[in-house]
Design a protein around this ligand. Structure first.
Ligand code: GLC
Ligand code: CA
Length: 543
């Protein structure tokens, strides 16, 4: 059997660097802070960290507005402190994935400064410029994700509009221009040369826009409370076929380097369109992020249908992946409640494919309510009262009971949550029933039992309204049975599982024999080790 690339067995841990650990008392997390916590990362036993952007930036979108792709923002450290962190993580066997933000630069990036200087500047065409319509209105009806208003900003000095899918401070690069591509691929090489193990490519599905810039159609299903930009369907502003060529080029740059460097793509699309980002003949992203668990209706049928649809849609040889939380979406513990967050963690760690774990979810961190005067996220500032603020899921990591939970000696840039006596690393390390203990047990089991990471997945038919499936590899078989509701369930299987529970969200519920039925507590998920492989009929079955 050929060796699998490291990332197929890996668990990826996302660090939002502003909020992980502050080392100098300015209230903002930094690289030295992450370095001070590598023992924790090693103890938690994750395989890779993905670090949200750390490049020089005016921070209009907290680093997703890059002013220099080949340096570190002084807020976070220096290239030297980055190198120290990289080697400390590598020493512990932890890989490092950087956030690569190619769709747009900061408006302060020298490229944009040049581009806006005049219509005939040699960098003009590095961005997307269009004349006003005869009535001086923007060139088309496209809407900004970050404001809900027009995605076009008028530049008085040169009399044209430029396009920005997000903030006006984030002008979109023109990825149809070969010079842009070449420059950005050199950025990848800069970091690959330093030794990074891969990239998470920000909003890759937006890189190429319709060549004719046609108006987007109205979204007939738009409802009050949806993000304002969803008033239109993003038919022409996103997901254009030429994007696969770009992804393939990025892949080829990574392939210039040894060691299975990983390309992840951020893609918010339903399963059928998402899987196209593996690219023709798997030339695209190794892992187009699969966010669908974050939006599925939390019912056994719906989740099972999602898993089956995804498994069935994967191109031959494509590797699956699952995500439960990130810096753009409400915390899982707030979406489902703390008890179901444990069930969801069990699901994440027992599905086939590479899981991504968002920092703090291993503690069951909840959204932290942000008073209006402390809102920092531009989405929250620009679209107040619409639920678009992303600060609640970006709050500081609580480490211990000390002031500011050990995150900073200064004033934290965002408030910490309230239940910090329980929701902190130190307290949960000592508590065998904590979310942290569960997460670690799941990671440990997953590492020991390849069936759970790279094994086959198959649904398990049950009576009793639970989600159930089998993971199997080389004769090792596990049944995973999850109760997605806060009421106990009696579950009946078609066959005798001849198993024993080896892990439960309810810590004392292990070691039980399981035959053709089991009882699940409210909000309980169990992993059952099955005695022998194959599904041969029992010789003495008596009906
Ligand atoms: C991605 C990032 C998000 C950012 C946006 C613009 O969706 O995850 O945080 O605001 O791209 O770069
Ligand atoms: Ca700091």
């Amino acid at each position: 059997m050929s060796e699998q690339p490291w990332w197929q067995k890996a668990v990826i841990y996302q660090i939002y660097p502003r909020s992980f650990q502050d080392s100098n008392g300015d209230g903002i997390g930094d690289l030295k802070g992450i370095l001070d916590r590598v023992d924790y990362l090693s103890w938690l036993d994750i395989d890779a960290v993905w670090i949200s952007p750390i490049y020089p930036s005016p921070m209009a979108d907290f680093g997703y507005d890059v002013a220099n792709y080949v340096d570190i923002d002084p807020l976070f450290g220096t290239l030297a402190s980055f190198d120290r962190l990289l080697s400390a993580l590598h020493q512990r066997g932890i890989r490092v994935i950087l956030d690569f933000v190619p769709n747009h630069t900061s408006h302060e990036h020298p490229w944009f400064q040049e581009a806006r200087a005049s219509r005939n500047n040699h960098r003009r065409d590095w961005y997307i410029w269009r004349d006003p319509r005869p009535d001086r209105e923007p060139p088309n009806n496209w809407l900004s994700v970050a404001t809900g208003g027009s995605a076009w900003e008028f530049d008085r000095a040169t009399g044209q509009y430029y396009y920005h899918a997000f903030l006006a401070e984030q002008p979109d690069l023109n990825w149809r221009n070969p010079a842009v591509r070449a420059a950005m691929y050199d950025v990848l090489r800069f970091w690959l040369d330093r030794g990074v193990d891969g990239f998470r490519v920000d909003t890759i599905w937006r890189l190429i826009k319709d060549a004719a810039f046609r108006d987007n159609p109205v979204n007939p299903n738009y409802r009050d409370g949806d993000p304002p930009f969803r008033r239109l369907l993003q038919v022409y502003s996103t997901d254009q076929p030429e994007v696969f060529e770009v992804a393939a080029e990025m892949r080829r740059v990574l392939a210039e380097y040894p060691g299975d460097r990983l390309l992840i793509g951020e893609v918010y699309l339903p399963v059928k369109r998402l899987v196209a980002y593996y690219g023709p003949n798997l030339t695209g992203a190794h892992l187009p992020f699969n966010f669908n668990l974050m939006f599925v209706e939390w019912k056994p049928d719906a989740v099972l249908r999602l898993i089956q649809e995804y498994e069935a849609s994967l191109p031959l040889g494509a590797w699956p992946n699952w995500v439960l939380g990130n810096h753009d979406q409400a915390r899982i513990a707030s979406r489902l409640g703390l008890a179901q967050a444990r069930v969801a963690m069990t699901l994440l760690m027992t599905l086939r494919g590479t899981p991504t774990l968002y920092y703090g979810d291993e503690l069951g961190l909840e959204n932290v309510p942000i008073p209006p005067e402390r809102v920092r996220d531009p989405f929250g500032v620009n679209m107040p009262g619409t639920g678009q603020d992303r600060d609640p899921e970006r709050t500081p990591m609580p480490w211990d009971r000390s002031a500011n939970a050990g995150f900073t000696a200064g004033e934290p840039w965002l408030p910490l949550g309230r239940d910090l006596s329980i929701q902190n690393v130190e307290a949960q390390k000592r508590d065998a029933s904590s979310m942290l203990a569960l997460t670690r047990a799941l990671l440990d089991l997953r590492r020991r039992e390849l069936a759970l990471s790279v094994g086959d997945w198959a649904p398990l038919a049950v009576e009793g309204d639970a989600l159930a499936y089998i993971r199997r590899r080389d004769g090792r078989r596990f049944a995973v049975v999850l109760n997605l509701e806060p009421v106990p369930k009696a579950v009946r299987f078609a066959d005798d599982l001849r198993g024993r529970t080896i892990l439960s969200t309810h810590p004392d519920h292990t070691g039980y024999a399981v035959g053709d039925r089991t009882e699940l507590d409210a909000d309980e998920a169990v992993i059952i080790a099955m005695e022998h492989a194959g599904n041969t009929a029992r010789p003495d079955a008596t009906g």
